[in-house]
Design a protein around this ligand. Structure first.
Ligand SMILES: Cc1cc2nc3c(=O)[nH]c(=O)nc-3n(C[C@H](O)[C@H](O)[C@H](O)COP(=O)(O)OP(=O)(O)OC[C@H]3O[C@@H](n4cnc5c(N)ncnc54)[C@H](O)[C@@H]3O)c2cc1C
Length: 469
């Protein structure tokens, strides 16, 4: 489900710890959260300015003597958000010349995403998108990220968008061209970075080189994200993902109301968090992987991440590496499942800590020395926890599609167009950060209540922790 980069793995709002050269990075929090009334006033002013600029652009006529050459738009990355932005661009301007490049021929994210139907608001629709919306309605908004990408890829190709996802890794960005891994140079008039959470395009934009007319070598950047890249980054919760193997068949702990009451609820109290349990398919060797995902407190997270440990997916902790509180929880879970007939494989426990975070890129747009606008969209611009990242990305991509179509007709307006897209991304991010913080308070309240109830001497349903073997 998660990618297994040896150094760092960040997925939508999910960041796996990084081993830096000088040990583990210190705080990954950056940016200042101002006083709420001040934020509200600045947000409202910014929203008004955004609307005024949108209206001005809408009524602004293109100059008569414009060069009639077709404007070429190039995308770095063809994930769901990049594809959505390209489709919106094409629907806003059917003559648009769009070329997309992606290094992977098979999209790698396979997790289920929850797509809000609200994300379609403000989007231009064609038959393909209407069909996709109906599919979301039917699936209650839940769809595999790779399935979504596949559907959007089909719609994009039908619209005449050229997608090269045959190992077309972009390795260099210049002020009016990009270079692929095989040294092919492609010129652009508008450039969009949609290369995901670890975006190298984001890193390239921070360097200001494009404005100075210098090319940026993307290969020179590591996958580690630095605080300087973000105007705001906050780790808001810590979680652990625990995997272990079992022999044959097993049942989820909360498979019925009775098992929820008898087993799942007391275990949640003990964990101090609801536990997401996923049972993998039966493998050839007759085993299955059980994945548990739950909130941990900062001490438990630090014990796995800090002090030179830095466990991650490619370097997971085993039961003996875990702090006592965590290993007690897992032993209790396994003991309970054992009583329900589950046979686990000895010594197969692997645990990985990760942080839920939100961030916003310090720079979301640039205008190069050749007067070409560059935009960031999707996870590379803003990442959010609690199933909001994709939805926010789709909404920003609606705005970007309209901006790119305007750029086709009015290429001399690049500064005005990029400035207003900047405002849109900032407005959306600030709103979503508030929602994320509110959800976070609710999660903390729920987890706190579970822990509190667990300490209460009077309990209707509880489970006694087994002593360590
Ligand atoms: C477990 C999990 C659950 C999630 N659930 C939800 C949810 O329920 N709701 C929600 O809204 N969001 C959810 N998200 C977040 C969501 O998956 C992301 O927001 C979304 O995938 C981001 O899309 P993207 O197109 O911006 O980036 P990506 O999907 O990361 O795509 C980036 C693309 O760029 C390509 N690329 C990168 N570098 C280059 C290069 N140099 N040259 C060429 N191509 C390049 C990559 O190959 C990739 O195809 C979840 C994330 C995770 C990890």
């Amino acid at each position: 489900m998660l990618t297994t980069d040896p150094v760092l793995t960040v997925e939508k709002g999910i960041t796996m710890p990084t081993n830096t050269q000088d040990g583990l990075s210190s705080s990954r929090n950056t940016g200042h959260i101002g006083w709420f009334p001040v934020r509200l006033i600045t947000w409202s002013c910014s929203a008004l300015k955004y609307l005024a600029c949108e209206a001005a652009e809408y009524f602004h006529c293109p100059e008569k003597n414009l060069e009639q050459r077709k404007i070429k738009t190039v995308f770095v990355g063809a994930g769901p958000i990049g594809l959505w932005a390209a489709i919106q661009h094409k629907l806003n301007n059917p003559d648009a010349d769009i070329q997309m490049f992606d290094k992977h021929s098979n999209y790698t994210r396979k997790h289920t995403v929850r797509v809000d139907l609200d994300s379609f608001k403000g989007a231009k629709m064609n038959l393909g998108l209407k069909f996709l919306k109906m599919k979301f309605e039917h699936l209650h908004g839940r769809i595999g990220c790779n399935v979504l990408e596949e559907q959007l890829l089909g719609i994009a190709k039908d619209l005449g968008i050229k997608v090269n996802n045959n190992g077309a890794e972009v390795t260099e960005i210049g002020p009016d061209s990009i270079t692929l891994k095989d040294k092919t140079v492609i010129h652009y008039d508008q450039l969009v970075g949609a290369d995901g959470a670890h975006s190298k395009m984001r890193k390239a934009l921070q360097s200001q080189s494009l404005e100075k007319g210098e090319a940026v070598d993307l290969k020179a950047f590591g996958r580690e994200d630095k605080n300087e890249e973000f105007s705001m980054r906050r780790e808001i919760q810590y979680r652990a993902r625990v995997r272990y193997q079992v022999k044959g068949n097993t049942k989820r702990l909360k498979s019925t109301w009775l098992s929820w009451m008898k087993h799942y609820y007391p275990v949640s109290k003990l964990f101090g968090s609801p536990v997401d349990e996923h049972i993998g398919p039966l493998k050839d060797n007759g085993t299955r992987t059980i994945t548990l995902d739950f909130f941990v407190n900062q001490d438990e997270y630090d014990a796995l991440y800090k002090d030179g440990k830095g466990f991650n997916l490619s370097h997971p902790a085993n039961l003996t590496d875990l702090p006592e509180s965590l290993s007690k929880k897992i032993r209790t879970w396994q003991e309970l499942k054992h009583r329900n007939g589950e046979v686990n494989v000895e010594g197969s426990v692997e645990a990985t800590p990760y942080a839920l975070m939100y961030f916003q890129s310090k720079k979301v747009t640039a205008v190069t020395s050749q007067d070409k606008p560059v935009y960031l969209v999707g996870d590379c611009a803003t990442a959010l926890p609690y199933f909001r990242s994709l939805n926010n990305g789709l909404k920003c991509a609606n705005g970007l599609g309209a901006s790119l179509a305007r750029g086709d007709r009015k290429p001399h307006r690049s500064k005005a167009l990029t400035d207003n897209y900047d405002r849109l991304v900032d407005l959306r991010a600030r709103k979503e950060f508030v929602v994320a913080r509110l959800k976070d308070r609710a999660v903390s309240l729920l987890n706190g209540t579970l822990r509190l109830v667990n300490r209460s001497p009077l309990q209707l349903s509880y489970f006694k922790v087994q002593p360590a073997n």
